[in-house]
Design a protein. Structure first.
Length: 228
């Protein structure tokens, strides 16, 4: 189940959960009995109870999820700030070239073009490294949180007699209609916070935390004009 969640997450969760079957044998039963589940457990007794959940909202709505996102952003802030300064430098040099290029000597203009190109190339490499770091940290955060919320959803489903829970935040989920009283998102958040209490929760994160460094404006070298 955990791998199923991780395969579909990018700070966006999508997964279907079936209620785990009760233990098929009592402790101490002979090995042969344990290897052959009784046929009585192949059918679901009673009416089917289905619930829906906004998995992404549930995960980020928990105090633990808000704490994890805040910590991740705080960890990545220095790198984003450094990249922002480099992008500002590139924009300033580009503006300088565009505003005063005609008045520059050809050699000075060519040198400035080379400087902008070198800085842009270095910036792009740094941005790729930063994005890889952000993706890795995000993956580790989701792995930890998804393992916890999977247990919470399983426990909630068993305790409340659900046979199936669908994540309707996934656009590919084939759910055309669901009554409001089938949505268990708020209940799962409450149960998660009770199961994994956080001493002091940070402010709720923005809907789409900016973990991708801002790209600099595209730079176009200015070609020196020939003097008449």
């Amino acid at each position: 189940m955990k791998n199923r969640i991780l395969a579909l997450v990018g700070l966006s969760l999508a997964y279907g959960l079936a209620v785990p079957a009760q233990a098929l044998t009592e402790q101490g039963a002979p090995p042969a009995a344990q290897s052959a589940p009784p046929a009585a457990h192949t059918a679901v007794a009673g009416p089917t109870k289905v619930g829906i959940i906004q998995a992404q909202a549930a995960l980020l709505g928990t105090k633990d999820g808000q704490r994890a996102v805040a910590e991740l952003n705080k960890k990545l802030d220095p790198t984003k700030a450094a990249l922002g300064k480099k992008a500002d430098t590139i924009r300033e040099l580009t503006d300088k070239l565009q505003r005063g290029g005609n008045a520059m000597a050809d050699a000075a203009k060519a040198e400035l073009n080379r400087n902008i190109a070198d800085l842009t190339k270095a910036y792009n490499r740094d941005m790729e490294d930063a994005q890889a770091e952000a993706d890795n940290e995000n993956r580790k955060m989701i792995e930890e949180l998804s393992g916890k919320i999977t247990k919470v959803i399983d426990n909630y489903a068993v305790a409340n007699g659900y046979t199936l829970i669908l994540d309707v935040s996934n656009q590919n989920t084939p759910v055309l209609y669901a009554a409001n009283n089938t949505d268990i998102t708020a209940d799962v958040i409450a149960l998660y916070d009770k199961t994994y209490p956080v001493a002091s929760a940070p402010a709720a994160p923005k809907p789409a935390p900016a973990t991708t460094p801002v790209k600099p404006a595209t730079t176009t070298p200015v070609t020196p004009k020939k003097q008449p």
